[in-house]
Design a binder for this molecule. Structure first.
Ligand code: NAP
Length: 253
């Protein structure tokens, strides 16, 4: 074990959802810890903004829409061949898309599941291809406290995050022999665009109620980045198949 087991020095890590919120902050923080980052999302100007905020050398951006699930395997293989195999993957791309059940059409439900769950399955499956990863490797998927509890108008989101946590457990068992750990982080409400959109939908008063359910207040993206740093690092070498709750005490009540 190296001197600092929390170090990510020299590791090459793909971060999805890196154009915004948690993914962007994770990219910035991990770059400060010595990691080389491949930042992925759909919006190139915002990815380039993330790139400009990274520390160190050798980072890159990639535009990809995770609704194109069939293309993920070939795309990841090409990236690993042209850049280098990955030491880690953080899947922070996701949507919340609140909608009451009475108004939710099937395509709305399917888009949430495709973005939050099917993309994760394809990324995990693609990551374990020969030549794409370097063992020991670590995958971290973004879950949410909504995997365990619920809020009105979030049935699709809650179902998707429950699926992410189940998927993580199953993948961890199957990939342990290949030197790949698979975990989730489950944040409470974190101050990002996703939380801003939620506030726009439920209103200031309901958001204040949600905030009061967090004994330590709402979280910042950096709070989640620290947890992800741990799960990616050698310090977590005996941790797989679990979900690390980072929620300011939300689930304690
Ligand atoms: N904020 C919270 O309170 C909170 C709490 C618990 C869990 N989480 C989870 O944390 C993750 C990040 O959330 P956030 O708050 O950072 O959200 P955010 O600021 O809205 O960012 C979402 C990211 O996902 C990307 N994305 C969405 N759909 C995509 C697609 N089809 N293909 C590729 N990229 C896509 C977006 O990039 P482009 O638009 O550029 O593609 C963006 O970078 C999500 O999984 C979320 O469920 C958030």
């Amino acid at each position: 074990m190296q001197d600092n087991p929390f170090s990510l020095d020299g590791k090459f890590i793909m971060i999805t959802g890196a154009s915004s919120g948690i993914g962007r902050e994770v990219a910035i923080w991990l770059s400060k810890q010595g990691a080389r980052i491949l930042a992925v999302a759909r919006d190139l100007p915002r990815l380039e903004e993330t790139l400009s905020l990274l520390h160190g050398e050798g980072h890159a951006v990639e535009v990809f829409d995770f609704l194109n699930a069939n293309d993920i395997a070939g795309w990841m293989k090409r990236l690993a061949l042209t850049m280098s195999p990955f030491d880690g993957l953080v899947h922070a791309a996701g949507v919340q898309s609140p909608m009451p059940i009475r108004a939710m059409a099937l395509d709305h439900w399917e888009k949430i599941l495709a973005t939050n769950v099917t993309s994760g399955f394809c990324l995990i499956k693609s990551f374990r291809q020969k030549g794409v990863y370097r063992s020991p490797a670590s995958i971290v998927m973004l879950s949410s406290v909504m995997a365990q509890v619920a809020q009105p108008a979030l049935m699709g989101y809650c179902a998707s995050k429950g699926a992410v946590e189940s998927m993580v457990r199953a993948a961890a068992l199957e990939l342990s022999g290949e030197g790949i750990r698979v975990n989730a982080v489950a944040p409470g409400v974190v101050r990002t665009e996703m939380a801003e959109k939620l506030k726009g939908l439920v209103g200031e008063d309901s958001m204040a109620v949600i905030e009061r359910k967090h004994p330590l207040g709402l979280g910042e993206p950096l709070d989640v980045a620290y947890a992800i740093n741990y799960l990616l690092s050698p310090a977590a070498r005996w941790v797989t198949g679990t979900s690390l709750v980072v929620d300011g005490g939300y689930l304690a009540e």
